[in-house]
Design a protein around this ligand. Sequence first.
Ligand SMILES: [Zn+2]
Ligand SMILES: [Zn+2]
Length: 217
Amino acid sequence: MGSRLTYLGAAAVGALAWTATEYGLHRFAMHEMKGKGLASREHLKHHADVTYFAPTSKKLLSAAGTTAVAFPLATAATDRRTATAFTSGLIAMYFGYEVAHRRTHTHPPKGAYGRWARRSHLHHHFGAPMRNFGVTSPVYDRLFGTYDDPGVVTVPRRMAPVWMVDEGGEVRPELAADYVVKGRPRAVALATDSPEGAAQAEQDRVDAFANVAPTAD
Ligand SMILES: [Zn+2]
Ligand SMILES: [Zn+2]
């Protein structure tokens, strides 16, 4: 049996291990799979329509799946209690990541980290879906050569987060150095009662499942 410090250390290592897991799952299990399997399908649906987030039931399923892989591996490497602490740290960070990811889409940036997280993740969505897989950190993208400096991110107006634009659909002045929005507003571009709206939704779906950035004109 280890000391309390051992368990705290194991939980911290688990939390750190999540950041690598986040990169690996996002890149290989979601994007490289192009819609094969539940995780990939749900994630690419989120790319086709950024207001779509997989329901909590599916996130719990994914946490259970991650535990089912991580816990036996950790148990093979160390004792049961330390392995439990490690897996708890990993899963806690997984839920932290889910919250952080959703917030990049729903809440305006606060501070330098929040600004980076949004520019980088929205570049992943709207500029280059096969770049910037890390949502909470750029470390693994830099390590594996998949990092782009987001620069000024061009966002299709129909997909612009509510925090980015004013009532007229223009970028809020304080965000003008980071984003440009183009094209028709969501209500027009994706009008559910028009064939053009249905065609646009279908095109967005096809692009998302091919890892192609959505059109922005
Ligand atoms: Zn996203
Ligand atoms: Zn993605």
